[in-house]
Write a protein that binds this ligand. Structure first.
Ligand SMILES: CC(C)(COP(=O)(O)OP(=O)(O)OC[C@H]1O[C@@H](n2cnc3c(N)ncnc32)[C@H](O)[C@@H]1OP(=O)(O)O)[C@@H](O)C(=O)NCCC(=O)NCCS
Length: 147
């Protein structure tokens, strides 16, 4: 069975540009949302993780580690690589990274229809459903306590 490699990447690299295309397609383009939403405008620093198959990016997720917080964002997998465990492997790697930096909790905002995926990884819903200001889609705040 073909599998994938996980690799941390830097911004300003061809890999980051390819990951940006994937992020646009999976998170915004599929919903008919405008391209500018994929631009990085928050000024935060992230650990950027990709899943690669034959040198091409099939998955992406990022972890914000500043201060005491750790938050995962932008979990995306290419259409023809879904339901094979790519997102779960990206998540588990970033959770391990947060743990290795001494963080005791990982937070994220989950699209309502994928709450079950994060629950499968140990996250619990931690608040009321809300509409994302970026995509206007229903989300739930979720958290994972690390031991
Ligand atoms: C959501 C997404 C990241 C999942 O990626 P993936 O690699 O297919 O996920 P995995 O294969 O690791 O799935 C693990 C489990 O999560 C659950 N799951 C995954 N995708 C799901 C979906 N779309 N709806 C409901 N449950 C889902 C399933 O239980 C799955 O296990 P199973 O395949 O054995 O049933 C991918 O579908 C995607 O990129 N979607 C568009 C972008 C998006 O919505 N990202 C999430 C933002 S919060």
């Amino acid at each position: 069975m073909q599998t994938w490699e996980l690799r941390y990447i830097e911004t300003c690299t061809p890999e980051y540009a390819e990951a940006k295309e994937l992020r646009f397609d999976a998170l915004y383009g599929e919903l008919g949302l405008p391209r500018e939403l994929v631009e990085d405008t928050d000024g935060w620093t992230y650990e950027h993780l990709v899943a690669l198959v034959d040198g091409h990016i099939v998955g992406y997720a990022r972890l914000h580690l500043d201060g005491g917080a750790s938050r995962i964002f932008q979990v995306t997998v290419a259409l023809d690589w879904r339901r094979r465990g790519v997102a779960s492997s990206l998540m588990n790697e970033l959770i391990d990274l947060a743990r290795s930096h001494g963080r005791t909790q990982v937070e994220l905002d989950a699209r309502a229809h994928v709450v079950g995926m994060y629950e499968g990884l140990g996250f619990v819903v931690d608040g009321q459903e809300f509409l994302s200001p970026r995509t206007n889609t229903p989300h739930f705040p979720m958290k994972l306590t690390l031991f």
